[in-house]
Each structure stands twice: as structure tokens, then as C-alpha cells.
Design a binder for this molecule. Structure first.
Ligand SMILES: [Zn+2]
Length: 548
């Protein structure tokens, strides 16, 4: 009863403490004024907010959330201590870090000593390229923005854009309802300021489905260039493709996306066909699995990547029909793998589809670039077969060793030999111990135990008298493992089809160095993370003489 009374008393006391302290905890939270964000293009977004801080503030941070990105960027801010203050923070926005037309949320986060985290109300700002007086024309879905050129140019761009969205949406069976912004830059430098330094050269247009925005570089001199009628549908097809395939798990192969954009904007042109067929005859075709991610950077390979992509789309439609292409693309919305998508839509997996495409081109599968398994080296002549019977692997039930093909880590000759040696040593040890024990039991001195006792034992034998093992049985452990048995380091690792192991491969432009994210310990890199506004996915170079 005494113990129960003490527990009850403790509970009452605890309730009293909680009741007394609860208002104090609530009163200790920080209070915030309105957050004010002031963006300066290519410089930064300045955030100011009045705050009243209680005692017990452990940390003050700024938080930033860009567009629909689920990641939150956090930056430490000096803790000004208890009292009323105006907190200030500047989120730097150098070229390429945030694309114009992106909505950004910024606020301050207070972490108290007890671990409680309080986010102040954020400011919401639209990050814009305000260097120009943009003219705007609105259609049903597309809004065209441009700053050089007349109204006729804007109307033409809008008409092309509206038709492209309509065509691609109908083809892929998706309904676009949210507006799409299309910004047309007249000069290359201003356009590159938007893209940032991490993007490759000669990019003429870029589609960013995550902010439903496209940027293109179309100088006034090119207003009547046929390329304008290509680049706009091309980029808008990417955006509709993004809507049709959106899922958090797996992006479709890049060649599928680009191939469709080229097919819908310009078809399988004679020049593309000629390039592919010429390259095929030369034995220099890149496999489709080399075009899953970003395309090669050299001009000829970059152009060839587009030509091969549209060639594969052309083959797909000729062989399986347009409906199969649409089924294939739409299935990606379910987050399926490439093989699952291809098998369900076409009846063949990716390798089977590629084999059909290559056969259609009249060539066999290209040999991948990069490190190849080294040929087996020569064995010393006396190592060819000698170790095998010694190990007697058949008796052990292990597979018979084959020096040239047994991969590292698999069962090989060293296993049986090691067992044999251990067994022999164990027998010798047991015999030795027995002899010692017998000698000791007879009261003989220990050092005398190895004294020859029997006439059968040679007087000078330094080894135990009754060694039962043939002299050649204890094979040296390393004898059956010839020096070339360790396979060259790259042999067991075949080239990753998703990433051709090209030592010359440049850093992946899909992930340009981000001035913000690496510093954020709260948000580790996530391989499945949705497309990052910092990382353009669909930049396209107008090819060859079409480069503007
Ligand atoms: Zn493209």
C-alpha cells in the first residue's frame, strides 16, 4: 500500500507541475511579423521579418522552398538573443540557380532548447527576369512572353505553341489545364544568364515541366526562320510528355522523350535518316541504353543522339503502331521500369526492342566503349593441371575448379586445399599432444618427449614419429592459386548499361553544382527526388546549321 501511495502522490505532483508550467511553455514561443521578400534577378532574394524571441532559443535558420520542390533549404542565421529584432537573410540566386517564373517561399525557423521547432509565416515571391519589358499574349493554355519583335511575331509563336500543345495532348491522351509560360529571349547572353554556367553550349531551348515554363533563344532576325516552327512544338511536346509520364519513381529514357519531340515537330527527316544509316554502315551506332540519360556532349554525337532517337521512334511506330507508342509512354505514369513498360506495350523488353531496331538498320549490336574484361593471361606450364587432383574437389562435393573462369569469391581450389592442410595439421597436433601427454603421465621430462622411443623411428627425425600423411599432402596453400587467378578488377563488373563506363565522361550535366543544396544537412541528395528546377532536363540544341 505504501508503494501505491507514493506512486499516486508522484502522479499528482507531476500533474501539478505540468499544469503550472504549461502556460509558461506556450508563452515562450517566438512571435513573428510579416515576412518581406525582395528579389533581385541574378543576385538574390532578401528576406526581412520582425520577430520577438523568448529566452531558450537554440538556433535561428532561414528556410527556402522553391516551386513544387519538396526539399527545404536551411541556412543558419545569427541568433540575436532574447527580445525584438528584425531578422535578415539573403538567398543567393546566381545564374542557373533558380529559373525565372519560379515561385519561392522564404521564412525563418526558430528551434528552442527543448527541441521545439517554430516556423514563422513565409513570404511568397515570384522570381522573375525583370531585366526586360516583356510583351505577353495569352492563348487557351500558352502564354507567350517576348521583348523584341512585333505583335505578329508574338501571334505566330502563340499559334504554333497552342497547336503543339493540342497535338501532343491529343496524341498522348492527356488534358492540360494549367497555363504554360513561354519566354522568348532575343539575345543569347541574356538567355544563357537564365540557364546558368552548368548547361552545355549551343542550347536553343529548354522545357521545365516542373514549373510549366519554356525558354527559347529566338533572335528577331530568326523570326521567320523555319526553326521557330520546330523549336516551339519540340519544347512543348516535352512539357506534355512530362505531364503524361509524371511519377515519383522512374523517368522514361531520354531517347524516348527526345525521339517523340523530334518526331512530332519535324518527323524523321531525310538528314536524320541519312546520318543514322551512314553511321550504321560505319559500325558507329550508339546503343539506345547509352541514350537513357543525358546525351553526349560532342557536336556530332549530340546530333546523332537525336537522329537515333527519332529513328527508334520511327521504327517503333512502323513496327508496333502509334497506339503502342502512346501506350508505352503513358504507362510510365505508373512508375514502372523500362522493361515492364516495353514488355506490356510492345511485347518485347528494352533489349528485344533495341535488337529489332538494330536489325531494321541492318546491323548487329554495337560493342560498348570503355573498359573490357582483360583476356586471360598465360599460366606457367607446370600449373596447368597439377593442383586439381591434390585438392580432390570431387570428394568434397565442391565444383571442380577451373583456373581461368572461376570468379573471385566463388569456391575454388583454395577451399579444399585449406581444409586438407588444416586436417593434416590437426592430426599432427593431436598426435603430438598424445605423445606429450603420454610422456608426462610416465613422469618423463617434457623435453624428452620427442626423444626417439621406438626402433622404427629414425633417430634424427625432427618431426612427430608417426606422421600419417604422405610428404606431398600438405600442399602449400598458395600453390593452387596461380598469380593470374585474381581476375582483373574490372572483369567482374560489366559495364553498367545505364552508365557507360567512359573514363572521359564529363560530369553529368543533369546535376550541376548547386550553390545551395550541398550545404543543407537536412536534405541529403535523393536519387528519386523529382526534377529539380536547378537541373534542366530537356535542353535542346538546334542542330547543325539551325543553331541560332
Ligand atoms: Zn528536346
Amino acid at each position: 500500500m505504501g508503494a501505491v501511495s507514493r506512486v499516486a502522490a508522484a502522479l499528482v505532483l507531476a500533474l501539478l507541475v505540468v499544469t503550472v508550467l504549461a502556460p509558461a511553455v506556450a508563452a515562450a514561443e517566438p512571435t513573428f511579423g510579416n515576412a518581406i521578400a525582395t528579389p533581385t534577378f541574378l543576385d538574390g532574394i532578401k528576406l526581412d521579418q520582425r520577430v520577438s524571441l523568448p529566452s531558450g532559443v537554440h538556433r535561428v535558420e532561414a528556410y527556402v522552398r522553391e516551386g513544387s520542390d519538396a526539399h527545404v533549404f536551411l541556412a543558419d542565421v545569427p541568433n540575436p538573443g532574447t527580445g525584438d529584432h528584425v531578422l535578415t537573410y539573403t538567398y543567393e540566386t546566381p545564374a542557373g540557380s533558380i529559373y525565372p517564373n519560379t515561385q519561392v517561399l522564404l521564412g525563418f525557423r526558430i528551434t528552442l532548447d527543448d527541441g521545439q521547432v517554430v516556423d514563422g509565416p513565409p513570404a511568397k515571391v515570384q522570381y522573375e527576369d525583370d531585366r526586360f519589358a516583356w510583351a505577353t499574349l495569352k492563348g487557351d493554355l500558352v502564354r507567350v512572353h517576348w521583348y523584341e519583335g512585333d505583335q505578329a511575331f508574338g501571334r505566330r509563336a502563340l499559334a504554333i505553341g497552342e497547336k503543339a500543345v493540342k497535338d501532343a495532348s491529343e496524341l498522348l491522351g492527356v488534358t492540360e489545364t494549367e497555363p504554360i509560360d513561354y519566354f522568348i529571349y532575343a539575345d543569347t547572353k541574356s538567355f544563357y544568364d537564365v540557364l546558368g554556367p552548368a548547361l552545355r553550349e549551343n542550347v536553343g531551348g529548354i522545357a521545365l515541366p516542373e514549373i510549366r515554363t519554356l525558354f527559347a533563344n529566338i533572335p528577331p532576325s530568326a523570326e521567320n526562320d523555319p526553326w521557330v516552327g520546330i523549336v516551339i512544338p519540340h519544347e512543348l511536346t516535352h512539357l506534355v510528355f512530362g505531364t503524361a509520364t509524371k511519377n515519383p519513381y522512374h523517368d522514361p529514357p531520354h531517347w524516348l522523350n527526345e525521339g517523340l519531340a523530334v518526331y512530332l515537330s519535324e518527323g524523321y527527316s531525310a538528314s536524320a535518316r541519312g546520318n543514322v544509316e551512314r553511321t550504321a554502315r560505319a559500325g558507329d551506332i550508339m546503343p539506345l541504353r547509352a541514350l537513357v540519360g543525358q546525351f553526349p556532349t560532342t557536336a556530332d554525337r549530340f546530333g546523332l543522339a537525336y537522329d537515333e532517337s527519332v529513328s527508334a521512334i520511327d521504327y517503333l511506330i512502323r513496327t508496333h503502331g502509334q497506339e503502342a507508342l502512346v501506350t508505352l509512354i503513358r504507362s510510365y505514369a505508373g512508375g514502372v521500369s523500362d522493361d515492364a513498360a516495353f514488355s506490356a506495350a510492345l511485347g518485347v523488353d528494352v533489349a528485344g526492342f533495341e535488337a529489332g531496331w538494330l536489325a531494321d538498320l541492318g546491323i548487329s549490336e554495337p560493342v560498348p566503349f570503355g573498359p573490357q574484361p582483360a583476356p586471360p593471361g598465360p599460366l606457367p606450364p607446370d600449373w596447368a593441371a597439377a593442383p586439381v587432383p591434390t585438392a580432390n574437389p570431387g570428394a568434397s562435393g565442391l565444383p571442380a575448379p577451373t583456373f581461368r573462369t572461376t570468379p573471385p569469391g566463388a569456391s575454388d581450389i583454395s577451399g579444399p586445399v585449406t581444409l586438407t592442410v588444416i586436417a593434416v595439421l590437426a592430426v599432427l597436433l593431436a598426435i603430438g599432444l598424445f605423445v606429450v601427454a603420454r610422456g608426462l603421465s610416465r613422469g618423463e621430462p617434457l623435453l624428452a618427449s620427442f626423444t626417439p622411443r621406438d626402433a622404427e623411428t629414425p633417430p634424427d627425425a625432427p618431426t612427430p614419429p608417426d606422421a600419417p600423411t604422405p610428404p606431398d599432402a600438405p600442399t602449400p596453400p598458395d600453390a593452387p592459386t596461380p598469380p593470374d587467378a585474381p581476375t582483373p578488377p574490372d572483369a567482374p563488373t560489366p559495364p553498367d548499361p545505364e552508365r557507360p563506363p567512359d573514363p572521359e565522361r564529363p560530369p553529368d550535366p543533369e546535376r550541376p553544382p548547386d550553390p545551395h543544396r550541398p550545404a543543407d544537412p537536412q536534405t541529403p541528395p535523393d536519387p528519386e527526388r523529382p526534377p529539380d528546377p536547378h537541373t534542366p532536363r530537356d535542353a535542346d540544341t538546334p542542330r547543325d546549321d539551325e543553331i541560332v
